[in-house]
Design a protein around this ligand. Structure first.
Ligand SMILES: C[S@@+](CC[C@H](N)C(=O)[O-])C[C@H]1O[C@@H](n2cnc3c(N)ncnc32)[C@H](O)[C@@H]1O
Length: 302
């Protein structure tokens, strides 16, 4: 894990007023999703450039596209719905439980799921700067659709990272191998993109050897969940590695499915700016508390 060291105030990059185009008052009818309320800024730390929005992602992205048709983000980290909450069973804390992560995670059938993936990815591609890159996590339930959508849209696939979990829950049915990996696709906006990759830093993190595309990392520790539980929270170490390898300090990062705020927390820790979108108010509160804690802890560091 990366040491927290905040840039002294004077050196911090000026916040890009990415928020200026999303005022709190309604801007007329939403473009996508008739019932989506207008985006609401729920937290900001202007000095660090961290902004949390309660919004429906597609509608939010349409507003950014309208304001910044040439692209505004250096990187995107997206942990979208996996569409796996469909009555299956899993093992949690040694007990058999139904997989139910929320309405947002229910499958609507492979065609509609793919349509949704194409639509949010299309918008993400538009809001990326020409050399920007996107990271997308997923399991077999969603990742093939995400990869195909990326090919359809003309992204340039850079890597498929395998996140290996050393201690996965057992497979209760004993009819399959124990699921113990997730995939993280890394892609650039287009074939023409000249993407950033901090090779030397990743080599250093890899113990002096070229870092491989299989990353062995534990699921989030209890300490990462002390401000509230999210059913699909990602480890901070995973998001930090993605962003450290592909962005410079001060870069502007978007997370369209922010959940408990892992991307925003990672950005606060490694001095990237962040615009994070989530529709659930409870998760936004967790995210806000997690980000605030990073800054409060930091005040203790001389
Ligand atoms: C897979 S979780 C992300 C978890 C996150 N990476 C973390 O570490 O906590 C996806 C999140 O996206 C949110 N979500 C799903 N569909 C959305 C949409 N259309 N607009 C905004 N948020 C959405 C869900 O509420 C959920 O919290």
């Amino acid at each position: 894990m990366v040491k927290i060291a905040r840039t002294p105030k004077a050196k911090r990059p000026k916040p890009d007023l990415v928020t200026e185009f999303i005022p709190d008052d309604p801007l007329g009818p939403p473009v996508v999703g008739e019932l989506a309320p207008p985006p609401r800024l729920t937290f900001q730390d202007e000095a660090a450039g961290i902004y949390l929005y309660q919004a429906e992602s597609l509608e939010f992205l349409d507003r950014i596209v309208a304001k910044h048709p040439e692209g505004v983000f250096d990187a995107i980290f997206a942990d979208p719905p996996y569409f796996l909450s469909n009555g299956g069973i899993t093992c949690r804390n040694g007990r058999m439980v139904r997989v139910d992560k929320g309405e947002w995670d229910k499958s609507r059938g492979s065609e509609l799921n793919h349509e949704f993936n194409v639509e949010w990815l299309r918008r993400c591609q538009r809001v990326l700067k020409p050399n920007g890159t996107i990271w997308v996590t997923g399991t077999q339930h969603v990742i093939f659709s995400v990869g195909y959508a990326m090919q359809q849209l003309g992204f340039k696939l850079l890597n498929d990272i395998t996140w290996e979990k050393p201690n996965p829950p057992p497979n209760l049915s004993c009819r399959y191998f124990t699921h113990s990996t997730e995939t993280v696709l890394w892609a650039a906006k287009s074939e023409k993109s000249r993407h950033t990759f901090h090779y030397a830093l990743m080599r250093e993190h890899g113990g002096g050897k070229q870092m491989k595309s299989v990353w062995r990392m534990m699921a989030p520790a209890k300490a990462e969940k002390r401000h509230g539980k999210h059913p699909t929270q990602k480890p901070l170490a995973l998001v930090e590695r993605c962003l450290l390898s592909s962005t410079d300090e001060g870069a502007l990062v978007l997370d369209p499915f922010n959940g408990s705020g892992t991307t925003a927390v990672a950005c606060a820790r490694i001095r990237r700016r962040c615009v994070a979108v989530e529709m659930d108010a409870t998760y936004l509160k967790t995210a806000q508390n997690r980000v605030t804690e990073v800054f409060e802890q930091h005040k203790l560091i001389p």
